[in-house]
Design a protein around this ligand. Structure first.
Ligand code: CUA
Length: 155
């Protein structure tokens, strides 16, 4: 069977288009892979309580003066609240929201993140100076927004 010249051109064209398409999607996959992990770690906001590590919110020592805090944000609280760490500690916060968008701001530090339902947000902060650090929600989240705060005590 002999192929018509037009058909060959058409075949070459569609093959070329297919290659371009594959290159574009491949490039997108690479670009997405380079985004910060906070944008790629997703969670079902309806099932936060059943999804590890958020099924066990709390503070855990993971090294010498290194702690991990798994925390959920919900109207209008931080769970766990009122945590304590020794001075000089580096704390890795792993955060998610169970309802609406909240903020996670630690006064007197640069820690400031938006915590969006469906996503896992990670914030690392070192606490050198002893004291009581106020943690605030800085995204308007409803009637109790102003009261949504807790503290981190550094001893
Ligand atoms: Cu939570 Cu404002």
């Amino acid at each position: 069977m002999k192929m018509h010249k037009d058909e060959k051109i058409w075949l070459a064209l569609s093959f070329g288009l297919m290659m371009i398409f594959m290159l574009i999607t491949g490039y997108q996959a690479i670009a997405e892979g380079m985004e910060p992990p906070s944008n790629t770690d997703i969670i079902d906001p309806q099932k936060v309580d059943q999804t590890a590590p958020f099924d066990k919110p709390g503070i855990k020592q993971i090294g010498d003066k290194e702690y991990e805090v798994v925390m959920t944000l919900q109207v209008f609280s931080f769970n766990p609240g009122n945590i304590e760490v020794p001075a000089g500690s580096t704390v890795h916060f792993i955060l998610t929201s169970k309802d609406v968008v909240h903020g996670f701001e630690i006064a007197e530090t640069n820690a400031n993140a938006m915590v969006t339902p469906g996503y896992i947000q990670k914030v690392t902060q070192k606490f050198d100076k002893p004291g009581s650090y106020l943690v605030l929600c800085n995204e308007y989240c409803g009637a109790g927004h102003q009261a949504m705060s807790t503290t981190i005590t550094v001893k």
